[in-house]
Design a binder for this molecule. Structure first.
Ligand SMILES: [Zn+2]
Ligand SMILES: [Zn+2]
Length: 179
């Protein structure tokens, strides 16, 4: 087995544990797709699908996406074969691409999106959201508080524009984007 096959296996096992852990959630994720081609980009993309845009809207708003993001990030951080392996987690609605053309098209879109996020990490003034292109000031910061009194130290960002399913995570050391 090649090193990349081992990495793919470990990522898919972690995704399997995520589906199991979140199986009682409503709505819950329906499927996933994994993208990787070292000749194109040095990062693994994990895309988690919800069946339609209403469901995706709900799970971005209510924190389910953030919980999934946190669950998977935690898993990946604790798997020795995944140390130093770049990965990005995205959420989408509909079905995963099932033919090569759609798969490659989606992979290119994810690469572009990720490149925008990486570039925007170096900028201080953000006017346009690098994830969706809408006014960044109108975006809303959300987060959980652990004990109910302290301000949240991490969470996610949502865009108020209709039908926009922009999803970004943030931490206390937030610099504009984190993925
Ligand atoms: Zn937006
Ligand atoms: Zn946005």
């Amino acid at each position: 087995m090649s090193q990349n096959e081992v990495i793919a296996d470990r990522i898919e096992e972690a995704i399997g544990r995520m589906f199991y852990s979140f199986s009682e959630y409503d709505p819950k994720a329906s499927e996933y797709s994994l993208y990787y081609n070292p000749n194109l980009y040095q990062s693994w993309f994990i895309e988690i699908y919800f069946s339609d845009i209403e469901q995706l809207d709900t799970v971005i708003g209510n924190g389910t996406c953030y919980e999934i993001h946190r669950f998977l990030s935690n898993e990946f951080d604790n798997i020795s074969e995944l140390k130093g392996v770049n990965r990005s987690i995205y959420f989408e609605f509909g079905n995963r691409p099932t033919n090569d053309t759609d798969y490659h098209k989606r992979h290119s879109e994810l690469i572009e999106k990720t490149q925008r996020l990486v570039e925007s990490n170096e900028k201080k003034d953000i006017k346009e959201c690098h994830c969706c292109g809408h006014d960044f000031d109108k975006h809303e910061l959300r987060g959980y508080t652990n004990n109910g009194t302290n301000a949240p130290t991490d969470g996610w960002i949502i865009c108020p524009e209709e039908n926009c399913n922009c999803f970004l995570t943030w931490g206390a050391n937030y610099h504009g984007a984190e993925n």
